[in-house]
Structure formats: C-alpha cells, structure tokens
Design a protein around this ligand. Structure first.
Ligand code: MD3
Ligand code: FE
Length: 216
C-alpha cells in the first residue's frame, strides 16, 4: 500500500475503511493533540508506564499504563482487567473527559453511536518496540467497538483475520490518526511491527497509542 502525498490529497475524505466495520479516521485527533498530551502527562505522573510480564514469562517491549474504571494488566497469572493499579494499589486515574469525548465522536463517525468507554489502555512504544499478533478478548461485551488514538512517531499496524495464520494487511498509523474497530472485525488478529527509529517534533522518539474500550 502506498501512502504518498498524492493519496492524501486525492482521497475524497479522511475516512479509510480497513475492514467491513473498521475505519482509519486520518488526523481526527490532531486538533486535540496538545490537550491529549497534557492529560497523558498527568496520567503518567499518577500511574507510571511499566513493562508487564506476559503469562509466558517474557517482558513486553511496550510499556503501558491505564486510566478509567478498569485497567488491563498482564502477569504470570494471565491477562485481565483490574480496578486497582497493581503497582500502587490505588484506583487507576480517572479517564480524562477529552479521551471519552474523542472516543464517542470517533465511534459515532464509524457507525457505533453511544459508545461509553470504561477502560483506557495506554501503550508507549520506543524504536524497536513491537506488539505480536493477538486478539483482544478480555472485554465482557464484544458488541462494543474499540477506538485507538496514535500520537508521535509512525507505526505499521498489522490487521489479520479471525485465524492467527491469516496473512495480515499493513496500515501505517501517524500522529493524530484514530482507528475504530467493531462488529465482525472486533476479534480479528492484529499487531504492530517493530517501530523504526524516528523523531516526532512534539514527542521525540516515542509513539503513544491509547485504546478506549468497554471492559465491563
Ligand atoms: C483491532 N494496540 O492495545 S491499536 C492493544 O497500536 C493493541 O498499540 C495496538 O493492539 C497499538 O491491544 C494496535 C489497537 C487495537 C485494539 C483492539 C483491536 C486494534 C484492534 C481489536 C480488534 C481489531
Ligand atoms: Fe490489541
């Protein structure tokens, strides 16, 4: 797939379907980026990024934190959502209003009205960080969509099928892009290729992705 300047300018809109119920909303978060980054800084001071262990005993190359009523955690016992941050034993920081409103707006634009996330997983990538192909299935209700917001240096999103061995498509994600997945696409395998060395004027050599979810 080739995303040069021509493709951007020739596109009839900034809405790029990547599945029957999935779309990339190019640059939707750009106007909110300064406020989103300010909220992220607050969040990070209350619940720092940390590298979690996988149930298989490895350490994730992506560092993560959470906000909202529920936070996603991984350890030797498995993956799950918790109300308390295991690092501080305190509730996860509240979800910033700007996260929830952006998520609802994006979901609405993608055909999922009334989305009210109760969990937000924040991933921090540095050059070399990656996320192996996986499904997101720790949420109770797969009828709710997932909304993701990308900030900082670019990444290549891998979007597979319902079987791990289905060959994934590749979609570059840039600062300010928002993606919504739902319906029949909600359980498709997905991942992120190892990030290439790059610099973003506002974030440096870093990518932040946060995903808004309905966990419960
Ligand atoms: C596609 N994060 O946190 S975007 C994750 O960029 C995760 O950090 C990646 O995969 C990232 O679980 C990819 C988020 C995403 C989340 C859920 C999905 C993509 C999805 C569910 C179904 C299909
Ligand atoms: Fe995922």
């Amino acid at each position: 797939m080739n995303l040069d300047l021509f493709d951007f300018t020739a596109a009839s809109s900034a809405v790029e379907p990547i599945g029957r119920r999935s779309v990339i909303l190019r640059g939707l978060a750009l106007p909110d980026a300064p406020q989103l980054m300010q909220a992220l800084a607050m969040l990070e001071s209350e619940a720092p990024f940390r590298h979690m262990a996988t149930p298989g005993g490895r350490t994730m190359s992506v560092a993560l934190t959470n906000c909202g009523e529920w936070g996603w955690v991984s350890d030797s016992r498995g993956y799950r959502y918790t109300r308390l941050d295991p690092m501080t034993d305190r509730p996860w920081p509240a979800m910033p209003a700007i996260f929830a409103s952006l998520a609802e707006r994006a979901a609405q634009a993608a055909g999922f009205p009334g989305f009210r996330p109760d969990a937000c997983l924040v991933n921090r990538y540095l050059p070399g960080s990656r996320m192996a192909l996986h499904q997101d299935r720790n949420e109770r209700d797969f009828s709710a969509p997932i909304v993701s917001v990308s900030l900082g240096i670019p990444a290549v999103f891998l979007f597979g099928g319902h079987s791990r061995t289905d060959r994934p498509g590749r979609h570059p994600l840039f600062h300010g892009d928002v993606v919504v997945w739902g319906g029949e696409d909600r359980l498709r395998y997905h991942g992120i290729l190892p990030l290439r060395e790059a610099h973003h004027p506002a974030l440096g050599a870093k990518r932040i992705n946060f995903t808004l979810r309905k966990a419960s």
